[in-house]
Write a protein that binds this ligand. Structure first.
Ligand code: JQ2
Length: 732
């Protein structure tokens, strides 16, 4: 008989504590504590206890001898009463259920107890010397297998969603290995798990048994069904029996492993044939499972602490690298994938406003940016972790093989800068312990093969969950990064303060020097002039010397003026008004024409857009650029100088082009420095400050300037100024 789909759906709500029946390897009766009269009994009483126990009467014979002890126990707070019925070679166990006492009898163990104790002692010793959880589990499986004689003993571990995995196994080869196989949570439904958390042991000696009814099925006084949650002989769910038969197992026993009050897993035993384990041995198995549980608890704590230490070491190595690298991004997202070990991820990506750095296995950039947009929209802080991304963010379904689990930390309050770690779908990372499809011939829906598929379906698009230690490590790294970035920003601010300070000092110095030098130079020029007027007798050579002194003083004076001008520019405030650039350029060209009447220059001046800024300073820009063009075309017979401009978007471009001696683009960077010249000073007059001044003025207008040139083919200077509307710097 196969269960129908309805049976399977009903499975999760099957009331397994009140089956109104027991398994036939023992018998059960219910005593009324008021007078110790039997009020309910299993239909097989007689075949186990003969006439000793009958409905509606007090027990007789050997059992009657124990009534006083039962009555004493009943008033105590012990959960169970246990004794031997030596005459019938049975073990008798009593427990309370509702207001009644449930008494069960089953065949006693013929084995001497000494043997069992010896084996428990040896187990305790062996367990204490196991270095880690896997070896503790192996040791326990082996001991239970030896103690009980089952064909195969598994340790079945629950994950956070109650799916199961076989994590240890001991067997004699009669049953196939299930090591590493996974099973869906429904294979041990919630109500069964809840029961197993309080009643830690159950046994099914023969999966083909015929249930024995309890008569009457309900308590005659209250009408309530009899709760068999703590009974040894409770008849189990028929669906589960069907599962067992499909698995090729004729008998089973399972013991709960309770770690820190939570059902951690089961020691699950199976045999091909019927197999009854006596009560005393079952008790030993329970003792063994609880010893194992304590061991697991201690080792989990140790492992958690060790993994925190290990992850903290990764954090500090990353910190060291971030601090020593020029760019912290390089230190963090290095090629050695250290970043992945921070949370044991398979991939990670660091996204800042200027960098996109994938490490390991990550989705493509568009997908990552999609995740970031979604994360930024959620506005739920700077940390997000999930092991089923597609459930929260549907587009992730298409890359679940790379990113079913993510931990995302936001590393900037202002910008959408994120560090995200990825884990793949767990189905893709599972270790296959043999092909589950080959285990048993398929029959019906409850079958290990079908279970495995069901598990696969259940964990689709899910990653293995992030451990608390890993989440903590991610948070820790976040504050580390924020710290490093902040510190780097502070360092930068400090450097720029420093620069500003030394700049100011320099300016103050050059201001005072140039200011003080002006008068002496003017005096030299003045007195040289006077001397020439007075001394008519000077010979030609002396006249020439005098002229040279005067010329040198004039040009030194001009240099000083320029320097003064330059240093003043750093301090002066600049006005910001519409400036008629046509007018400025025309004035400058007119001045040039007047002072270079001897030259043949072909001028071409286009229409210029209105600028926004300081007219006096901008005139200086035009003057210096045009003056330059005139100067560096002086070797040309026919000089060509063109001036133009246009508006591009929200910035204004202006240029001055000439056909002069040009320059080598290799040195373009030096062009705008103070006292930098690309030509020999003797060949072209000037102080070497002109272009530095131009750049400074343009800079102070939040604009920029660039130069293009080629040796002997002329030069072109273009400067860009922001329009009144533009917020940022204008780039030429
Ligand atoms: O046999 C036992 O000890 C009962 C506890 C139990 C187990 C044992 C542990 N165990 C394993 O070691 C393996 C891997 C080989 C599996 C799959 C497994 C399952 C398992 N299920 C157990 C119990 C139940 N399963 C019960 C309660 C039985 C009772 O105590 O009355 C129920 C109602 C089910 C139900 C199902 N089992 C299924 O596979 C399916 C599809 C259902 C219906 C939802």
């Amino acid at each position: 008989m196969n269960p129908t789909d309805q049976d399977l759906e009903a499975c999760a709500s099957e009331p397994i504590r009140i089956p109104a029946a027991i398994q036939p390897h023992g018998a059960l009766f219910v005593l009324r504590p008021e007078d110790w009269v039997v009020v309910q009994a299993s239909a097989n009483l007689r075949c186990h206890l003969g006439e000793m126990v009958r409905l509606s009467a007090r027990p007789e014979g050997e059992i009657a001898n124990h009534l006083e002890a039962i009555s004493n126990w009943y008033r105590s707070d012990e959960a169970f009463f246990q004794t031997s019925l030596t005459g019938v070679q049975m073990t008798m166990i009593a427990h309370r259920s509702g207001g009644s006492v449930v008494v069960e009898v089953e065949p006693a163990d013929p084995r001497p107890l000494d043997q069992v104790f010896a084996s428990m002692r040896s187990f305790a010793q062996r367990l204490a010397s196991q270095p880690d959880i896997p070896s503790s589990l192996d040791t326990s499986a082996q001991f239970v297998q030896r103690l009980t004689g089952f064909d195969r003993v598994l340790v079945y571990r629950f994950d956070t969603s109650w799916n199961g995995q076989v994590v240890a196994e001991a067997g004699n080869g009669n049953l196939p290995s299930y090591l590493d196989l996974r099973f869906p949570s429904g294979d041990i439904p919630a109500q069964a798990r809840a029961l197993y958390a309080t009643n830690r042991l159950r046994i099914i000696p023969d999966a083909d048994y015929m249930p024995v009814p309890i008569e009457p099925s309900d308590d005659p006084a209250t009408g309530a069904p009899l709760d068999l949650g703590f009974a040894q002989l409770r008849s189990v769910s028929p669906v589960h029996l069907e599962y067992m038969r499909n698995m090729g197992t004729g008998s089973s026993m399972s013991v709960s492993i309770m770690v820190d009050g939570k059902l951690w897993g089961l020691i699950s035993c199976h045999s091909v044939m019927a197999h009854l384990v006596p009560h005393s041995i079952r008790e030993s198995c329970d003792f063994l499972a609880q010893s194992l549980a304590m061991r697991i608890s201690a080792q989990e704590r140790t492992e958690d602490a060790a993994s925190r230490v290990e992850l903290a070491q990764v954090t500090s190595r990353l910190l060291a690298r971030m601090s020593s690298a020029d760019d912290w991004v390089d230190g963090l997202a290095g090629e050695d994938e250290l970043l992945l070990s921070q949370v044991n991820a398979a991939g990670a990506v660091l996204v800042t406003d200027s960098a996109y750095r994938p490490v390991g296995n990550v989705p493509d950039e568009a997908s990552v940016r999609g995740i970031i947009a979604w994360l930024s929209e959620r506005q739920d802080g700077d940390f997000h972790a999930t092991d089923a991304l597609a459930l929260e963010y549907a587009p992730a379904a298409s890359f679940s093989h790379l990113a079913s689990g993510i931990i995302a930390i936001r590393i900037s309050e202002l910008y959408p800068n994120w560090l995200i770690w990825f884990r793949p779908e767990v189905v893709r990372t599972v270790k296959w312990g043999g092909d589950p499809h080959k285990l048993v011939k398929e029959s019906g829906r409850i079958h290990p093969r079908v279970s495995f598929d069901a598990w696969r379906e259940l964990v689709r698009m899910q990653a293995s969950p992030w451990q608390e230690a890993e989440r903590a490590a991610a948070r820790e790294l976040r504050s580390t990064i924020v710290g490093v970035v902040l510190r780097k920003a502070e360092e930068l601010a400090e450097i720029s303060n420093e620069l500003q300070r030394s700049n100011q000092e320099l300016e103050a110095f050059s201001y005072s020097v140039s200011h003080d030098l002006r008068a002496p130079f003017r005096h030299i020029v003045g007195f040289a002039q006077l001397l020439r007027e007075r001394e008519t007798l000077l010979d030609e050579k002396s006249q020439h010397y005098l002229q040279t002194i005067s010329d040198a003083a004039v040009s030194a004076g001009r240099l000083v003026d320029d320097l003064l001008h330059f240093s003043q520019l750093g301090r002066a405030s600049i006005t910001n008004r519409p400036v008629d650039m046509d007018k400025l350029a025309a004035e400058v060209v007119r001045t040039m024409k007047l002072s270079h009447m001897e030259r043949s220059i072909n001028w071409s001046v286009g229409k210029l857009p209105v600028a926004n800024g300081d007219a006096t300073l901008l005139r200086q820009v035009w003057f210096n650029l045009v003056d330059n063009a005139v100067k560096y075309t002086s070797t040309r017979e026919q000089a060509e100088i063109s001036i133009g401009g246009e508006q591009v978007g929200d910035m204004m471009l202006y240029w001055v082009r000439d056909n002069g001696v040009g320059f080598d683009m290799t040195y373009v960077g030096k062009l705008f420095g103070v006292f930098q010249r690309l030509q020999r000073a003797e060949d072209f007059e000037g102080t070497g400050i002109g272009l530095a001044l131009v750049r400074r003025i343009v800079d102070r207008h939040n604009g920029s300037i660039k130069a293009e040139g080629e040796i002997d083919r002329g030069a072109c200077f273009t400067f860009a100024l922001p329009s009144a509307e533009r917020k940022g710097r204008a780039i030429a």
